[in-house]
Design a protein around this ligand. Structure first.
Ligand code: 6PG
Length: 254
């Protein structure tokens, strides 16, 4: 079973997540000399990033920034300056305020006109980036994820072709793909399930009553990843922890 932690509200949830992320980063640095952390988009992570960057909190001091290597689990097909950019959000909330090493920040290039090219480039870049972090494999130490109201994680939406099949493309570009999200009428660039599930620790951060149905489906419904992409995480159950606020957890059995 995945671990589930429920906090009374989004403020205490963010503090819990910040403490947990700091701990996971420190353990990775102790073991490997570096920490490879994959960030996500979304409003709840944004609150977490602001907390990690805050000068009034202890987290900023506790993070060994020079050993931190940052990646993204998914990106919108927009330039980094666009308000929808996941990198842009992390930049405004976190990166601009902390001594992170610019060469160790590996964003997906959402500005490339063909999202498939952006995905291929990220896929090709990962081995080199991990090598710089002193690693021989592309295994993320920390995979931070949000959850959509439709139970998507990263940009793996219900019925996505990336949830099954696609073996040929996956053989050429094993970790990253571009996907057309019909319901959004937009391309997304995303890690493939295997790259997500391979992570040493997966932290799913979810807040708000609007997510209660998705959390319930993800944790309690019979496995059907094509309908509930978050079910993929069951494969990595012992390495996955769900951090929820009380509203998001309101339909979960005690
Ligand atoms: C994105 C994401 C996505 C997100 C969830 C939750 O770019 O949209 O990475 O997977 O984490 O949709 O987002 P909210 O916290 O904003 O609901």
């Amino acid at each position: 079973m995945a671990r589930v932690t429920i906090e009374p509200d989004v403020a205490s949830l963010s503090a819990r997540a910040a403490g947990r992320i700091v701990h996971l980063i420190s353990s990775a640095v102790e073991t490997h000399g570096s920490a490879t952390v994959c960030l996500t988009g979304g409003s709840t992570p944004e609150r977490l990033y602001r907390l990690l960057a805050s000068r009034e909190q202890e987290y900023r001091q506790q993070i060994p920034w020079s050993a931190l290597h940052l990646f993204w689990g998914d990106e919108r097909h927009v330039p980094p300056t666009h308000q929808d950019s996941n990198y842009g959000m992390a930049k405004r909330a976190l990166l601009e305020h902390v001594p992170v090493v610019a060469a160790q920040v590996h964003r997906m290039e959402g500005e490339i006109p063909d999202a498939r090219v952006a995905a291929e480039r990220y896929d090709a870049r990962l081995p080199l980036a991990f090598e710089t972090a002193g690693r021989t494999t592309c295994r993320f130490d920390v995979m931070l994820l949000g959850l959509g109201e439709d139970a998507h994680i990263a940009s793996l939406f219900p019925a996505s072709p990336l949830l099954g099949g696609g073996a040929d493309a996956a053989a050429m570009h094993p970790r990253v793909a571009a996907v057309w999200a019909g319901h959004l009428q937009a391309w997304r660039i995303t890690l493939r399930p295997t790259a997500i599930l391979d992570a040493e620790a997966i932290v799913v951060l979810v807040a708000g009553i609007a997510k209660a149905g998705a959390v319930h489906a993800a944790l309690e419904r019979q496995a059907d990843p094509a309908l509930v992409p978050a079910h993929l995480l069951r494969e990595a159950d012992p390495r996955t922890e769900w951090l929820l606020d009380r509203e998001a957890a309101s339909l979960v059995k005690p």
